[in-house]
Structures are given as structure tokens and as C-alpha cells.
Design a protein around this ligand. Sequence first.
Ligand code: CAA
Length: 702
Amino acid sequence: MAKTVTFDELGPVGLICIDNPPVNAISHAVRVGLIDAIAQAEKKSSIKVLLIISGGELFSAGADISEFDRPQGDPSFQQLQTRVESCHVAVVAAIHGLALGGGLELAMACHYRLAHKNARLGMPEITLGIIPGAGATQRLPRLIGARAALDMIFSGKPISAPDAKAKGLVDELVEGDLRVAATDFCKRLLQEKRGPRPTCNRTVVDSLDEAEIAAALLPHARALKGRTTQYLVVEAIQASKLSFSQGIAIEAALAQRSLACRESLALRHVFFAERESGKLRGVASTEPPLSIRRIAIIGAGTMGSGIAMAFADAGVEVLIHDNDPTALARSRNIVQTSYESSVKRGRISREVADQRLQGIRSVTELAEAAQADLVIEAVFEDLELKKHVVSELDKLLPEERIIASNTSTLSVTELAHATKHPLRVLGLHFFVPAQASRLLEIVRTDETSPESLEAAFRVAKLLKKVAVVARDAFGFIGNRMMLDGYFREAEQLLLEGATPAQVDAALENFGFAMGPQRVSDLGGNDVGTKARIQLFKRESRPDPYFVIADRLTEMGWLGQKTGRGFYRYESGGREAIADPEVISLIEKLAEERGIKRREIGDEEIVERCLLSLINVGAMVLDEGIAARAADIDVVWTSGYGFPRHLGGPMFYADTLGLAQVLQRIRHHHERLGHYWRPAGLIERLGAEGLSFEQWDRSSASH
Ligand code: CAA
């Protein structure tokens, strides 16, 4: 097995190099290697200073998360840090790329820190539902102050090396070759007779009162909604006022507590699920991977414009095609306005905005698409029109070129069959707004080739989106579950007696970013109605649902854009105001259907919406539309506002226990009828006492 840590002598400098691809995670083996290297160095009287550096693209992504569920084993992180900090020669960390979590904590235990000027340093633990457990809550306040430490840990986002230098986390910035500069720095330390400088000997200069803690939490209130880790972070940081040994003991106890909590299990589940969903079992391309330098988008509507921006933001040259020059002009306007607003908000500079805008070229000749490495059609959602476009593209493009459709409702298989080369056709289902949404559903037909799928994965990586593969079927993964499960139940609850505000509040309190009715109003009730018309042409449903949303569409109450929908919105505002007329409409619709309205509790709302979501999710899994329960969790946490700290609907179902889930679904089935039929997979797993996670694992081994 290759060594994960090497030791070399460069005269008086002992060079310790971490080499643990892909991200130099500080695994148990790395900790053993580091301790061994320090021991070797200390035995040599010729070594006067130690330099810790890493190979590859980054210093370290932190602790090895895949080892979290096992005992740490010796040396623990704490033992390693103590060993580094108490080393009798000075220890220098040289950081490039990224230093995250335990990687940065290792650097903080070193006596000096250098960073390449392009490096970034961060404490992302909170995104995994844990508190930094390798000394950061004690060393970071000693280096940059308690308030700044709190900000950095709450945000979870890395800061730039110059910012780290300004805060006192880094001693010097380096340009050019890090190894050479760091070795020179070590020699300078020797010349200047600067020895070990343990961080633990410093004291924290500032203290935190309640008001400061509240102010530090405020910018992260939305991201941390429903979470608990932040309070453990506060407790640990407050302990940095005590002696170092007392503080570190408190940190260790709190870290253990956070590691065992449900929030952390859920967030770690989503972390690995997102990485796993971007891979496909049993698919191996024989072709070299496609490089995407130029992309063509056919159709300059809102979606096409958003997709164009997503690619331009990733530095890809974009051709956007439309037969209609007015549509192209409108699209240009959408793009320009969006970049203008990003400049105003300080997200990008004017220069960058101009550059991106220039990177998008409007064309009216379809033939120009032949220059692109990948073509995405985003024309109006009409099967015949889309078939025509893909068959034209098929004639135009060399055989190996991939044709993707952005359809959200139509059969990708039918589109593929409109070409002579169905292997190269797939769906790339972007979500609104395409330039900002995280999720990309990759829709494969039975014929889509491994090369085409690999290209789609590359697109997701390039656009920094989370990819999930869905088989081509009604609504793919997300919309099928939304329509047949979650939203359908929300409407049913309205008919039975709940109000839009009550349904939304109950689900938002559960943790959803936005309740279903507010989502409908935001996207436009007409958009939902049109999508359902298309989808039901593809596959009908025995009885009509979404009667309320469809009636609102008929009435022109389309949501925020018309100032009225499930709610009222005053003068273009976004605040949803309860509308008694909507309640009367719901009452009338309920009466027409013979539904006697009653008072409904929040608990029932949450239970029914979630169980219906889970039940349809299990069908999606059993039908092979999603390959893994974890993929469904990724779809819902990254694209549909499901609270990430609850792990996604299928993980959440596991935490409830599938036997209990089954029992409650049966209960609703008896009361509400056929559409609550329990999914066969839940019946099987529930009867055997198994979980979706176990199902994923057993299907992975087949
Ligand atoms: N431990 C184990 N594996 C890790 C890892 C980690 N800390 N970070 C990344 N990986 C793995 C990924 O699972 C992935 O593996 P596969 O190729 O087998 O799927 C591989 O490394 C590459 O990762 P990405 O696909 O995410 O690559 P990227 O280039 O898009 O992103 C990254 C790189 C920014 C480092 C990103 O992986 C990341 O954010 N990692 C997590 C960082 C983190 O949260 N660190 C804190 C750990 S907790 C800690 O350190 C606690 C403590 O106090 C001791």
C-alpha cells in the first residue's frame, strides 16, 4: 500500500508530505504517518525545523468523514495535535488549494502557517452537523479572536488566504512555488532563531456576550433553521476562556455529542449521497471523456436563457439559438438584467458580467449548433415541436455529439426515437432558475449510451450542480413524487378543511424552505397546470387532482406575478397575505365534491404530506426510476427544499422506522382510498424490519 505520509530531509528542514488522494483527508493512516514522521525527525539532531506540506490539489479536506462511524483509534486527532504543538523544533504548515476542518486544525496546531495567496481556509463541520473536534474551538479564538472564530465556524464557508492573513490565521502569503517559498521561510526562522510558538499558550483577547452571539447567528439563521449544532459551537467557543486543557476537554465531549446526533447522521448521509448520485453503477464508457468548450442551446425562452447563464458562469462559450429574433432580444434582456442585478448585489464585478454576457452569442441559424460540443434543446414544451428540433439536430450534428432535452414533462424516449441515433439522446432537467439551482436530473432512456451519461455527469460537475440519474418516466423522480404524493396531499388537506397558510406554516415549521402553496404561487399556478396537462397526456391518473390550483389558473390568479394566487400579494411584493376569497373558493370546491370540511391539526398535515411523499418515493424506487433511495434524498434536499438536516424523505422514513411508516400509510389508505395504496417496497421492507438504507446497500452488492 502506498505511504500516505512521507518524510525527507532537506538539510536542517524536515519535510513531511501528506499524500492521501483524492483530498488528503486526515485518515487514521495519515495520523499514524504524521506521528511516525515527527518521531523520525526528532531522533535526528540535524533537523532543526519541520515543514508539513501536501501533494495534489489541496492541503487537506479535513478528517476522513468515512471513518466517523468507527472508533477514532490511536493516535486520535487530539493526540496528533498535542504531538505537533509540543514538538521541540518549530513546525510550519504550508497550505495550498484548500485547508478544511481537521486539515486546518492540524495547521493551527503547527507553530507557523504559510498559505499560497490563492488558497482558501475554512471550518465546514457545521455543514455536517458536527462541531470542530480537533482543537479549532480552542485554537481558532486564540489566533483570530472568539467573535471571528464564531463567524467562521457558523458560516462553514472557507475564507481567502489574504483574509486569513488579515485575521491573523496565516503568518505569510506566498506567490509562486509553495514548497520553495516554505523551505526559505523555514531557513529564515532558523536564522532569526524563532522556535516553537504553541498556539495553546496564547489567550483569547475578546469575550462574547449574549448580544454578540445573537448577532453572529443572525446571518446564518436561515441556513441553521431547525438545527442544534450551532449551540454546541457557542458552548465550545465560550470554553476557550478557560485553560487550554479544560477547553479542549469540553470541546471533545461536545464533539462526541454532535457526532452522535440525528442531525449529523442525516447531513453526513446527504454529503455522501450527493457524491454517490453523480456516479452510475454498471456504466462504463469506453470513449475518452468529452471536453465541453462550446455549448448550443436551442430555444431562447426563460429556461434557455437560464441554462445559457449557467454555462457562461462556468466559462463555457454559449450559442443560443432561436428562429425568432424577438425571442433572442428578450433573452438577451433577461441575461443582461440578471447580470446587472448580480453586479449591483456585489456578487460579481462589472468586468466579469461583461465577459459572461459576451460569452453568450445569439444565432438564428440552427446550422451553427454544429460547432458545439453539446446541444441542449429548450424549446416550448410541445412534443411535436421538440421531436422536430431533435430530428433536425440529429441530421446536423456528427454522430458522437450528444443531444440533450430540457423537457420536464415529455417522454425523452419518444424524442430519442425521433432521431436515427437514440444512444446520444438524454434529458438534462434543469430547475428554475437554471443558473442558480443546485439540482440537475439526468434522464436516461433504455438506449442512452454510457458515453452520453458520462458527458451529462461532466456537465453537472462543470456547472457545480448535483447530478441524479432518473429513468425516463412520468415526472422523472422529483415531479412524480411532488405531484402524486406531496402536493396532491397538500391540496387534499385544503379540501378537507386546512387553509393554505396553515399547510404552508406546518411544513415550513417542519423545515421545508417554503410550503407547497407558496411554491405554487412563486412558480406560477399556470405553469403547474400546463405541466400537468402534458404529464397526464403521457400517463393519466384515475381521478383529477389539483382542482384548486387549476381553478386558480382558470381565474387568472396565477400567483405572485398577478398579485393573486393561493394568497394575495400587494403591489408586486412577495409577502403572502391570506385571502378569504380563496378559502371560500376551497369551501365551494370541497362541497361540490361532497367533502365535509373539518378542523385539521398541523401534525396531521405534516404526517400526511410526508408519508405520501415517502410512499410515492418507494414506488419510484421499486419501478427503477431512481436507482437508490439516497438519490431520492439528493433530489429532494437539493431541488425541492426538503430540510437537509433531516436527510431527505427516504432517510427520514428510515428514522421513523418503515414498520411504523407502513402502519400509518395503511391507516390513511383505509380512510382516504386507493391513492394511499402502500408501495410494495415499503410493505416488503416494513414486514422484514429493513430500511431503505439497507435496501440501497443490498442492491449495490448485486
Ligand atoms: N473525508 C473523506 N472523503 C472525502 C472528504 C473527507 N473529508 N472530502 C472529500 N472526500 C471524498 C469524496 O467523497 C469524493 O470521493 P469519491 O470520489 O469516492 O466520491 C472525493 O473525496 C472527491 O470529493 P468531491 O467529489 O467532493 O470533490 P470536489 O473537488 O468537488 O470537492 C472538497 C472537494 C471541496 C474538498 C469537497 O469534497 C468537500 O467539501 N469535502 C468535505 C470537506 C469537509 O467537510 N471537511 C471537514 C471534515 S470534518 C472534520 O475535519 C472534523 C474534525 O474536526 C476532525
